[in-house]
Design a protein around this ligand. Structure first.
Ligand code: BGC
Length: 414
């Protein structure tokens, strides 16, 4: 270990899930409807998922016993407000119990209000395309205040608004033309920004809350001569959303891999590159690039790494990935970037939006018995959390260090 690679006291070390991906039977969500729609094109529906709706105490205990101090999970709007204006007391109490269980186990809860799924009734109105949805989201935030008031300090309003705007843009193109080239839907991007601000206003009625949104950073890198194209491609897909965060208490950074931009847009991973079960390039430097980009574009507000991980059935690669990521993250902090924590995606092997095949978890789940089996990576990350330091060999660092000089896409407002 290089001397001085010690993370600060109070650093958050955790793992994340989202409601629809682990709870099971979210029958009132738009995703459930989509999973069962004829011709959905999805490999499989979510079904019982990990049945974390009932097994969350086990999930929480496993993380805490491994040595982690944080659990990021989401509230399911479609459970809390299953019909417009009807707020379920029982569901509010369920999520209050989850927060209490975190506190009981010594975990800091990081709560996401919206992680991709909408109640069906909202989706039927047109989802984020309907002008009332930002206001409806603010009203749902009011309902969620009771959960937050249980002692939640960190609240993520909307998960990956940039992916939501991108998906809306692809839908605009129609099923046959959807491609990485489709421009994100800017109306939806603006609606999400408005919803985020309304939600933060509502949350500010409680004292001591840190609220922000979480952005999918994509480590856009230009092939030689494509620098301007990479800027133009990256800004509406990432930069805009980081700039919206400028007035927030923190910004969540989520990173998995990089996106190389060539003359024809995004490129496939370089020939011979190691790829993961999602087909993404194994590229641990993505997080450091995302964190530095967020620091610059979001106006140097505190950063929380709210997701980072790989889908693999070789847990040794997950550990190697985390080692390299954490070393680079520490370097970024040594450069002055204010990072408050590292939350791994994911706590559990879970429903990866259409399929259970890509396994991102620190913990395996038997989907018939719901038995949880921690992988070595859970213990590894827990040990790092306890020691507040990681180790990596010089050879590994050389192999997975920056292969390109990262280039920030410029701020349009600057
Ligand atoms: C999402 C997660 C997802 C992960 C891996 C992120 O975009 O927030 O819900 O499972 O990436 O694809």
């Amino acid at each position: 270990m290089t001397a001085g690679q010690q993370f600060p006291d109070g650093f958050l070390w955790g793992a994340a899930t989202s409601a629809h991906q682990v709870e099971g039977n979210n029958v009132n969500s738009d995703w459930w409807a989509r999973e069962y729609a004829a011709g959905s094109g999805l490999h499989e529906p979510s079904g019982d998922a990990c049945d974390s709706y009932h097994n969350y105490p086990d999930d929480i205990d496993l993380l805490a016993n491994a040595g982690l101090n944080t659990y990021r999970f989401s509230l399911e709007w479609s459970r809390i407000e299953s019909e417009r204006g009807y707020v379920s007391r029982a569901q509010i109490d369920h999520y209050r119990r989850m927060v209490a269980a975190c506190h009981g186990a010594g975990l800091t809860p990081v709560v996401t209000l919206h992680h991709f799924t909408l109640p069906r009734w909202t989706a039927e109105l047109g989802g984020w395309r309907h002008p009332d949805t930002p206001e409806l989201f603010a009203r749902y935030t009011e309902a969620a205040l009771e959960v937050v008031a249980e002692g939640v300090q960190w609240v993520c309003t909307i998960n990956e608004p940039n992916m939501l705007a991108k998906v809306a843009g692809e839908q605009d193109c129609g099923p046959h033309e959807a491609s990485a080239q489709a421009p994100p839907n800017q109306y939806v991007a603006d609606a999400l920004a408005q919803a985020h601000r309304h939600s933060r206003d509502v949350l500010s009625s409680l004292s001591g809350i840190k609220s922000g949104w979480t952005v999918a950073t994509q480590a856009f890198q230009a092939e030689p001569g494509c620098e301007e194209a990479a800027d133009a491609y990256g800004y509406p897909r990432e930069g805009f959303f980081l700039e919206v965060a400028r007035d927030d208490d923190f910004v969540g950074v989520q990173a998995y891999t990089r996106t190389i931009i060539g003359p024809n847009g995004p490129q496939m991973p370089p020939a011979g590159a190691e790829t993961t079960l999602t087909g993404w390039e194994y590229f641990p430097a993505a997080l450091g690039i995302g964190v530095r980009n967020a620091w610059n574009l979001a106006g140097r507000i505190p950063i929380l790494v709210t997701e980072n991980g790989i889908a693999t059935d070789d847990d040794t690669r997950r550990i190697a990935y985390m080692q390299a990521v954490l070393l680079d993250l520490h370097d970024a902090m040594a450069e002055g970037v204010d990072v408050r924590g590292y939350i791994h995606w994911s706590a559990l092997d879970n429903y990866e939006w259409g399929s259970y095949d890509p396994t991102f978890g620190l913990i395996a789940v038997d989907r018939t018995t719901f038995a949880r089996t921690p992988k070595p990576s859970l213990g590894w990350l827990g040990n790092v959390a306890q020691a507040r330091s990681t180790t990596i060999s010089a050879a590994e660092r050389k192999r997975y260090g920056h292969r390109f000089t990262p280039r920030d896409h410029r701020s349009r407002r600057a």
